[in-house]
Design a protein around this ligand. Structure first.
Ligand SMILES: [Ca+2]
Length: 207
C-alpha cells in the first residue's frame, strides 16, 4: 500500500477532459459537434469542427493521436476557439502542451490561460502543413485562482474556410519528484517489500 501511494505521486494528471478529441465518434469525415457532446470542451459559438484521421485528401492529414482531431477556423464571421475550465490549486506548476498543424499553410493559434474571462496570452504558436508540431511549456497557477480556463484561439487572419488543426491537449500537474533522501527511502521501502525484509540486518558498530 505504501509503495502504491508513493508511485502514484510520481504520475502527472492531465486535467483536460477528452484531450484527444476521440469523443464523440464521428459518423462522417468532418462535422460540427455541439459542445454538449464534446466531452468537456466548450466554444464561443457552441460548436467544434471535428475531423477524422486522413479522411479527405492532403488537407485532411492523419490525426496526431488516435483517429480524430479538430479544426479551429478563422473567418470574419467566425472567430473560433475551444476551452475548458478546470479546478486548480494556487501555486501549482502545471505543464501545458498541444499538437498543432496548419491546414492551408503556416497558421497560428493563441494559448490563453487564466481565471475565466481574464485569461492572459501565454503565447502565439505557429505550425505548417508538413507535420504536427507539439508546443509545450509550464504555467504557475496564481494566488487565489482555484478555477483556470485553458483556451486555444485562432490567430490566423483569413477570409478562407479553413484554419488550424489541433490534437492531444494537455494541462497537467507536474509529477512530484521526491527529494534525494526521500527517493532513497522510497527505494529502500520498495526493496524491503519485494524481498520480504530478508536482507535487512542491523549491525552494531563499536567505537
Ligand atoms: Ca485525437
Amino acid at each position: 500500500m505504501c509503495l502504491w501511494a508513493s508511485a502514484s505521486a510520481l504520475s502527472a494528471q492531465n486535467l483536460i477532459q477528452n484531450p484527444s478529441f476521440e469523443s464523440p465518434t464521428l459518423t462522417s469525415a468532418f462535422q460540427g459537434v455541439s459542445t454538449s457532446q464534446a466531452g468537456g470542451w466548450l466554444s464561443n459559438n457552441g460548436s467544434i469542427e471535428y475531423h477524422q484521421t486522413g479522411s479527405v485528401g492532403p488537407q485532411f492529414p492523419e490525426s496526431f493521436d488516435g483517429t480524430q482531431h479538430i479544426e479551429l477556423q478563422d473567418v470574419p464571421s467566425f472567430d473560433s476557439d475551444v476551452f475548458q475550465d478546470v479546478t486548480t490549486v494556487p501555486g501549482t506548476t502545471m505543464e501545458w502542451s498541444f499538437a498543432h498543424r496548419g491546414r492551408l499553410g503556416t497558421e497560428s493559434v493563441e494559448l490563453r490561460v487564466g481565471a475565466p474571462g481574464s485569461e492572459v496570452v501565454v503565447g502565439i504558436f505557429s505550425a505548417g502543413v508538413d507535420d504536427w508540431v507539439v508546443h509545450s511549456g509550464t504555467y504557475v497557477v496564481p494566488a487565489g485562482q482555484t478555477t483556470t480556463r485553458y483556451r486555444l484561439k485562432t490567430d490566423f487572419v483569413s477570409d478562407t474556410c479553413c484554419g488550424n488543426l489541433i490534437d492531444q491537449v494537455e494541462f497537467a500537474t507536474v509529477p512530484h519528484v521526491p527529494a534525494a533522501n526521500g527517493g532513497i527511502l522510497f527505494m529502500l521501502v520498495a526493496a524491503l517489500i519485494v524481498s520480504g525484509g530478508r536482507f535487512l540486518r542491523v549491525r552494531t558498530i563499536r567505537s
